[in-house]
Design a binder for this molecule. Structure first.
Ligand code: NAG
Ligand code: NAG
Ligand code: NAG
Ligand code: NAG
Ligand code: NAG
Length: 470
């Protein structure tokens, strides 16, 4: 074994042999990136601060507040997230983790004049949104977990129930579809007046799950009934830039069948994106739709808090999340990937950043796994083809002309990579390593006169190569 290592070492250029990473046996992987073969366009990466999580940041002392906001949105010192998913409240109050509604009192009937109430806070979410705007975030996803209770079959914002008036669900109080659409428009207008342009609107969250908290059930067919009311209502309010999403199902396979029902009902073209969570089943492949697909919520809800990048391969580790994101984008055609919440107290991996009751802030490597995607794959980037080798590779052409190539090595041995570029004349390259011990060390990436990129990817690491050129 020892002599074998010597032979391998002798093949390594002197400048690189200084790295202890390279003492391990290396194989060379040849990868081809073809920028002429294109796939989906990316919208970005994000998280939610619903259910009063935003207030954890709002309540921090100024210096810590700034550092948490930087961790989330700064493209040089943080994750550079580009999508914020806000919860549209349905609760009559803000006690516990309730998100309060803008219409706490029933107008008496669906055609009654609504009495909207705006507190200028929206459970802390407006403030976080306004910070995001300052960092250049342009994608805001407003998502209702439920309509207010009086618009529903069970007269309760909790415990499931349906929106009165969707197929098969009649109520003695009448059909509330138009009133709910008006209500969602009003919410968007409050944000607009506060300097935040909502770009995406969802009216369901896990409609396949009747939760003890805010929840509203729906099939794809029933969702289509409402989409057909919501779409013209947005247009009439001149909110033509707001795209409707559906349905944030609890799992991928439910979302696949709900999407099929929406198509059968003729409402697919009224949508901007198909949205799904990954709890009951994860992204198993592309969803059959002409719309963009977003993975809008997933998290390690029960695992004990960890800040590890790679250890036992646990559900909360950074490398696990680098892989989850890879799978959704490369194998399931996703244009966006969102974690559940950014901040929370408690001792699970439900969040990316832990803020305890003494305002101590701890950052997980999950956040940095997102950062390794989000900072380099910017909104508008188009995924392009990668081929060759057994490593997990992906590549994106950014709007600014750079080409970002990700290589994830899930094995224990380091690998040398040689990346040939088709349709792209690379002139310079930068490489960034992420693993147990590296905090974004720049790695020894080179580009030859013929435009081939070479570098090394240690075991259990993710390396991003950013190539500039034409
Ligand atoms: C991001 O962080 C850098 C470095 O600390 C800082 O110069 C920059 O102002 C920050 N960006 C924003 C939008 O605050
Ligand atoms: C929408 O825009 C049109 C044209 O600018 C204007 O006439 C109309 O009043 C606007 N409607 C609303 C609801 O703002
Ligand atoms: C991927 O998504 C795009 C929309 O973003 C769609 O046009 C395309 O058909 C999808 N590809 C596959 C393989 O489903
Ligand atoms: C790359 O350079 C060659 C030779 O100068 C040129 O013919 C080709 O158009 C360039 N390709 C791109 C994508 O710019
Ligand atoms: C990637 O992750 C590592 C640690 O896991 C982190 O130190 C580094 O800053 C991240 N890279 C980016 C670009 O955020």
């Amino acid at each position: 074994m020892y002599s074998l290592q010597l032979i391998v070492l002798s093949a390594i250029p002197l400048a690189m042999s200084a790295s202890p990473q390279l003492l391990a046996r290396q194989s060379t992987t040849s990868i081809t990136v073809n920028t002429e073969k294109t796939y989906q366009t990316m919208d970005g990466f994000g998280f939610s601060e619903a259910f009063q999580r935003a207030n954890l940041i709002v309540s921090l002392p100024a210096d810590k507040q700034k550092s948490v906001i930087d961790l989330l949105f700064n493209t040089t010192t943080g994750a550079g997230f580009t999508i914020l998913r806000n919860g549209i409240g349905s609760s009559p109050d803000s006690s516990s983790d309730h998100m309060n509604t803008i219409e706490p009192k029933s107008p008496g009937s669906p055609s009654g004049t609504p009495n909207y109430v705006w507190d200028g806070k929206d459970s802390g979410q407006l403030w976080v949104s306004q910070q995001a705007v300052k960092y250049g975030v342009k994608t805001f996803y407003a998502n209702a977990w439920s309509a207010p209770g009086y618009m529903k079959t069970n007269n309760n914002e909790n415990n499931g129930g349906y929106l009165c008036g969707v197929s098969g669900q009649t109520c003695s109080s009448g059909d509330w579809k138009q009133a709910f659409a008006n209500y969602l428009v009003q919410y968007i207008q409050y944000y607009q007046a506060a300097g935040v342009s909502i770009t995406h609107l969802g009216f369901l969250n896990e409609p396949d799950y009747s939760a003890s908290y805010a929840s509203m059930q729906s099939s794809g067919t029933q969702a289509a009934d409402f989409i057909k009311v919501l779409s013209p209502t947005l247009k009439a309010a001149n909110l033509t830039d707001v795209g409707i999403t559906c349905c944030d199902a609890e799992g991928w396979s439910t979302q696949v069948s709900m999407t099929q029902q929406i198509k059968s009902a003729g409402a697919e073209s009224l949508l901007s994106a198909i949205t799904s969570h990954s709890y009951t089943s994860g992204p198993s492949g592309p969803i059959s739709t002409s719309r963009k697909v977003w993975q809008t919520e997933y998290g390690d809800l029960n695992g004990a808090w960890t800040t590890a990048w790679h250890g036992s391969g646990g559900a909360g580790e950074g490398l696990t999340w680098a892989n989850n994101i890879y799978n959704a984008i490369v194998n399931a055609n996703c244009s966006a990937y969102l974690y559940w919440v950014a901040t929370q107290g408690g001792s699970t991996n439900e969040k990316l950043i832990q803020i305890d009751s003494s305002n101590n802030v701890a950052v997980s490597k999950r956040l940095w796994a997102f950062a390794n995607w989000s900072r380099f794959v910017r909104p508008g980037a188009v995924r392009v083809q990668t081929q060759g080798g057994s490593l997990k590779t992906s590549a994106f052409k950014n709007v600014d002309g750079t080409l970002a190539v990700q290589v994830i090595n899930t094995g224990s041995s380091a690998a040398s990579v040689s990346i040939a570029l088709q349709g792209f004349n690379g002139t310079a390259v930068a490489g960034w390593i992420t693993d147990n011990t590296h905090d974004l060390s720049s790695t020894t990436a080179q580009i030859s006169s013929t435009g081939t990129v070479t570098g090394s990817v240690p075991g259990y690491a993710m390396v991003s190569f950013v190539v500039s050129g034409s």
